[in-house]
Design a protein. Structure first.
Length: 404
């Protein structure tokens, strides 16, 4: 009797993980799916799909890396999938996933005017990409006639305005605008810097308080300072989901950097270890990778298509996946993919992200075909980038029968 009970106990012990796994992967149970997303492991299996392997092997040279998974966690095909590549803006898929996981999608960023017990004012920003001069007019609504007015602008150090690996030429263009917490229109106009901001605020205050002595100074960004202050007035940004959509669908570098700095509480430094650690502790293949920014503009970034594809696969189990998926470009419909293959059968059936730098093109996302979802990541690093070959590969994959 004891022996039978022991055998039954061992049998249950063996079956329990399998049962839990089935439960975790149940599409109808968001709670347990999210538990699986946060677990430090991932279940993937290799499936032999000769048609897919033949297509990739005959289509591509060694400058390409490709990873293809299906929605059941089978590796359909891979080519140089462990080779480290510069991903360009495909890195945003990882950093915006981090942001979506940390925030309620309908939260907002805040630009705030705070006050201490001595009636000194402090202007705090969080990198709202849509912040305008008119917003500042509304926010700096101080009327203390005949009193001295002391205001501190809280801003990042000049040495932290650009992540490592952004070139001098990058910084000359809008896509390489400095990442600051109080940025007028995402710092698209180089003349609207913090010194312009200081003079502009001075003029606002002087008009409203002509008899007051006004002093405006800078303080280095310190988020803990907020704990000692009271809120005087606040301005909310568009929702986090709207901003993540701007970062992904329109590939907006400033917004992706700003969102990550807020989510990781890293305005005081350019440190992206939190992103790498977040991926690692979810069982994703991070060995040897290098992450130097949140937008993918840095040439110092080195990741693999295996990492991107497994991340996109596991992200489907995140409780906020619908929000994440809705933020992506849609082939032939929206964002940076809107003008690609508009009149093909693929239009509206690929949700993903492009990435472009000199000598780099990447395309990763979700391909919906024949009641299945395929997760695809393609990166080419070469002196002879062939964008058409990447899109032709997507078309050819769509034409293939499902790998059963």
């Amino acid at each position: 009797m004891i022996k039978k009970f022991f055998i039954f106990f061992i049998f249950c012990l063996i079956l329990s993980p399998a049962f839990l796994l089935i439960l975790f992967l149940s599409e109808n149970n968001k709670f347990v799916n999210n538990i699986y997303f946060n677990m430090p492991f991932i279940f993937l299996r290799k499936k032999k799909c000769i048609a897919y392997d033949n297509l990739i092997n005959k289509s591509l040279d060694d400058s390409f890396s490709v990873s293809i998974l299906d929605d059941n966690g089978f590796i359909i095909s891979e080519y140089n999938s462990n080779k480290l590549r510069i991903p360009a803006s495909n890195l945003k898929l990882l950093s915006t996933g981090y942001v979506i996981d940390k925030y309620n999608p309908y939260d907002s960023l805040n630009t705030s005017l705070l006050i201490d017990n001595k009636e000194n004012y402090y202007l705090f920003g969080t990198g709202d990409p849509d912040l305008s001069l008119k917003d500042l007019d509304d926010l700096i609504n101080i009327k203390d006639s005949n009193k001295d007015i002391n205001l501190y602008i809280i801003e990042v150090k000049d040495s932290s305005k650009w992540p490592d690996g952004w070139t001098y030429n990058d910084k000359l263009f809008n896509y390489g605008a400095p990442i600051t917490s109080l940025a007028i229109n995402s710092n698209q106009d180089i003349y609207l810097d913090k010194y312009y901001l200081k003079n502009y605020i001075y003029r606002i205050l002087k008009v409203k308080n002509p008899n007051s002595n006004i002093s405006i100074n800078f303080l280095n960004y310190d988020n803990s300072l907020k704990n000692k202050l009271k809120l005087f007035k606040n301005l909310k940004s568009n929702t986090i989901l709207s901003l993540v959509t701007l970062a992904n669908a329109e590939s907006h570098n400033f917004t992706s950097e700003s969102l990550f700095k807020n989510a990781s509480n890293s305005w005081q430094s350019n440190d992206y270890k939190k992103l790498k650690n977040w991926l690692y502790y979810r069982g994703l293949p991070t060995e040897g990778i290098s992450i130097s920014d949140a937008s993918g503009l840095s040439r110092s970034n080195k990741i693999t298509t295996k990492l991107i594809s497994t991340f996109l696969y596991k992200m489907r189990f995140n409780k906020k996946f619908k929000s994440y998926n809705s933020s992506l470009s849609i082939l032939g419909v929206r964002g940076t993919l809107s003008n690609k293959l508009k009149k093909s059968n693929l239009s509206g059936k690929f949700f993903g992200k492009t990435g472009t730098l000199s000598n780099v093109f990447s395309l990763s996302g979700y391909l919906y075909k024949k009641n299945k979802t395929y997760i695809i990541s393609i990166i080419q690093n070469s002196n002879n980038i062939d964008v058409n070959k990447t899109f032709k590969l997507i078309k050819d994959i769509y034409k293939l029968d499902n790998c059963l």
